[in-house]
Design a protein around this ligand. Structure first.
Ligand code: SF4
Length: 379
């Protein structure tokens, strides 16, 4: 099973869909009282819509889109802080492309760039390190974003910068971690969730053990899933089968890439460089304890917050979402993207009002791209 086509086999997909339909019926779920499965990862949200799995699965199954798009959950206050750093004299601010258009309260990074700030798109933190080597007279800052999928590469880049003694490189660290928001959602009495699809890439780093509390303490099944259509259909069937059988376990559909204990080298690099923040703000979800990472004091020379005196909280606090934006409601799974009054009107991928329309992993961008305006609008 080495090639993508093997994970897109229509005959196998039909068999899995028939099994899903049967188990949904056995559970007794209907369109009015569906089984609600949250896919935590934005990559899964994208794949579900790209392959039309939401339309192929029976109406008794509802996908709830979780907070697994790191760009989407970045609070506006942190975008404002990034803009402040980028606008400093002598700074080259580097970032992944999708973060450039995330709206802050005043402007996005791309708007700051248009006004003269030196903002550069990079594909990896190592690109930023190379810029620092080539520009010794300038401060090169990397916008550290993402879950445990990207935390190791940022950590290893900081370790490399230290090994080279690069004094003009730092990271504006906004890395976040996956288990805490799941716990926050499970503790929210407004959320009704029957099971989870666990993130594939994050789990390659952290393994499957960190999810054990979901089954043990909350009695909900979780299945770590891959990203191809057959991966997702098989993982959905595994969750449904657990629900039907009254089980709640951590299972691993993506075992070809996800070891139970994760990646020890990546975990060691992260433990060396980062420590948990007491709490971190998530757009739409608010402050969540121990959900963000900051750079340890031992590596403080590479911490842009320390270097530029922009500590967490400098521009922080309750920053209201733009008027009409329902990103928080979508992020918490309370409404679907097309039920936001601004969907496809005041908010499109070309001119996004909210963060969920910016990144391709954002639920609104996925709805717009694959479901578009044919979906039933808000009342
Ligand atoms: S349509 Fe735009 S404003 Fe509405 S929830 Fe989605 S991203 Fe936010």
């Amino acid at each position: 099973m080495r090639f993508a086509s093997e994970f897109r086999d229509p005959k196998l997909a039909k068999g899995l869909l028939a099994a899903i339909e049967r188990v949904v019926a056995e559970i007794g779920a209907t369109a009015d009282n569906p089984v609600r499965i949250m896919e935590i990862c934005g990559g899964h949200t994208h794949a579900i819509f790209r392959y039309g799995l939401d339309k192929l699965t029976p109406p008794g199954l509802e996908f709830i889109h979780g907070p697994g798009c790191p760009v989407c959950v970045l609070p506006m206050a942190r975008v404002d802080e990034a803009v402040k750093i980028a606008e400093r004299e002598g700074v080259i601010f580097t970032t992944f492309g999708d973060a450039m258009r995330v709206p802050g309260t005043g402007k996005s990074l791309i708007q700051a760039k248009a006004e003269g700030a030196y903002v550069r798109m990079v594909y990896s933190p190592l690109d930023a390190l190379e810029l620092a080597r080539r520009n010794p007279g300038r401060e090169v800052v990397f916008f550290g974003l993402g879950f445990q999928t990207t935390t190791p590469s940022t950590a290893l880049t900081i370790l490399q910068a230290e090994a080279e003694g690069l004094g003009n490189f730092s990271v504006f660290c906004n890395h976040i971690t996956v288990p805490p928001p799941i716990e926050a959602l499970l503790d929210d009495p407004r959320m009704v969730l029957d099971g989870f699809l666990g993130p594939g890439h994050v789990s390659m780093v952290i393994g499957t053990r960190p999810y054990e509390f979901i089954a043990r303490d909350y009695g909900k099944p979780i299945v770590v899933a891959g990203f191809e259509p057959l991966d997702l259909l098989q993982a959905v069937l595994m969750v449904l089968t657990q629900i039907r059988d009254g089980r709640a376990e951590v299972e691993n559909q993506y075992a070809r890439d996800v070891p139970e204990d994760g990646n020890p080298a990546a975990l060691a690099a992260c433990a060396e460089v980062y420590e948990p923040r007491p709490s971190f703000a998530w757009r739409g979800l608010g402050e969540i304890d121990l959900s963000g990472l900051r750079i340890r004091e031992a590596y403080g020379a590479f911490d842009a917050e320390r270097r530029f005196g922009i500590g967490y909280g400098a521009a922080h606090g309750e920053v209201p979402e733009p008027k009409g934006c329902a990103c928080g409601e979508v992020m918490a799974g309370r409404i679907k993207p097309h039920q936001c009054p601004e969907f496809g009107k005041g908010c499109t991928p070309e001119v996004p009002l909210g963060a969920l329309m910016v990144s391709s992993e954002g639920a609104c961008a996925a709805y717009y791209r694959y479901g578009g305006l044919s979906l039933e609008p808000a009342e």
